[in-house]
Design a protein around this ligand. Structure first.
Ligand SMILES: *Cc1c(COP(=O)(O)O)cnc(C)c1O
Length: 309
């Protein structure tokens, strides 16, 4: 578990004071070069269990940009655990090299199997995926995005004793696992705000099933059309944010959240206190792949990239 013990907590960086709101950002993106941010937190206790139980292989799911696949591949390699990734979209078969995330996973030794979107949507309930699983006598399945009960515990460790003076804690939402961990760790007087990165109304039910606390709010207004969808307004915001603060954001999660927070404050719709802590959940490995897509569309590019190799 060396890898998880070596990098434990991240720093809060003062960002700015905007309209009287003091904003700090927790640099979980700096916690590890690849297994950054919340994917590191989520894998910690799951992989500990895999090692303790001597399970030879981890099998999980993800798309062509997936931070979770990249993190699992990288953690697996450094811990000597074999990894298998079931990839969303048959079109990536024989074209792994076109996705910087997937080729990174492959270089880490992850075995990739690309399946159609219909099969992928059913996960382990699909016959075709059952057939893959049957080849392994012992394996540990990790859900898409890494969200399960064990990963909530890891995510709750994002908040540290020094963070309880903040009025609000902000985080981007995919499956809602990270937000749930933050809610569990928060004080009742703090507000935990989640910003949807995609359209997923059911995330609310997941959170309700995991916590009795009521100090949380979900904002669904800044998805930019859905998962991994972007536009020039978002990219241009991310580029100027980087220029001003020298902090890179990712286009799928943290870029959208920061855009939302700045927009809410500047349009006087912010009502969750003056001392704001923003969780930078990482995800920077997706920038290179996103830029490849943007270039094809002749759209504005993200002005910074993270070297994966
Ligand atoms: C996966 C991810 C999220 C979303 O986390 P959930 O726990 O699925 O809600 C947010 N930010 C980044 C950078 C991520 O990679």
């Amino acid at each position: 578990m060396q890898i998880f013990d070596r990098y434990k907590s991240s720093i809060n960086q003062t960002l700015d004071v905007i309209e009287g709101h003091s904003i700090a950002i927790k640099r979980e993106d700096l916690i590890h070069p690849i297994i950054s941010g919340n994917k590191f937190r989520k894998l910690k206790y799951i992989l500990k269990e895999v090692v303790d139980d001597n399970i030879p292989i981890v099998i999980t799911f993800g798309g062509a940009f997936s931070n979770h696949l990249a993190a699992t591949a990288c953690a697996g390699k450094s811990m000597g655990i074999r990894t298998l990734g079931i990839v969303r979209g048959e079109e990536w078969k024989n074209k792994i090299f076109l996705s910087s995330t997937l080729s990174f996973c492959q270089k880490q030794g992850m075995h990739l199997i690309c399946v159609s979107r219909a099969i992928y949507a059913k996960k382990e309930a699909a016959y075709e995926i059952q057939k893959i699983l049957k080849k392994y006598p012992r394996y540990r399945l990790i859900p898409e995005g890494g969200t399960e009960i064990l990963s909530l515990k890891g995510c709750s460790e994002i908040l540290q004793p020094g963070d309880f003076g903040f009025d609000s804690v902000c985080c981007s939402i995919g499956t809602g696992g990270t937000l749930t961990g933050l809610i569990q760790a928060s004080l009742p007087k703090q507000q935990v705000l989640g910003f949807n990165a995609l359209k997923n109304p059911s995330v609310k039910n997941f959170i309700l099933s995991q916590t009795k606390k009521t100090n949380w709010v979900i904002n669904p207004d800044y998805t930019f059309g859905g998962y991994a969808k972007t536009d020039d307004t978002l990219i241009s915001f991310m580029n100027s944010f980087y220029q001003q603060y020298k902090i890179p954001l990712d286009p799928i999660y943290t870029g959208k959240m920061l855009f939302a927070i700045f927009d809410l404050i500047k349009t006087h719709k912010w009502k969750w206190g003056k001392r704001i802590l923003i969780i930078h959940t990482g995800g920077l490995q997706s920038i290179a792949g996103m830029n490849t897509q943007l270039q094809k569309k002749n759209a504005l590019l993200i002005s910074y990239e993270k070297e994966l190799f």
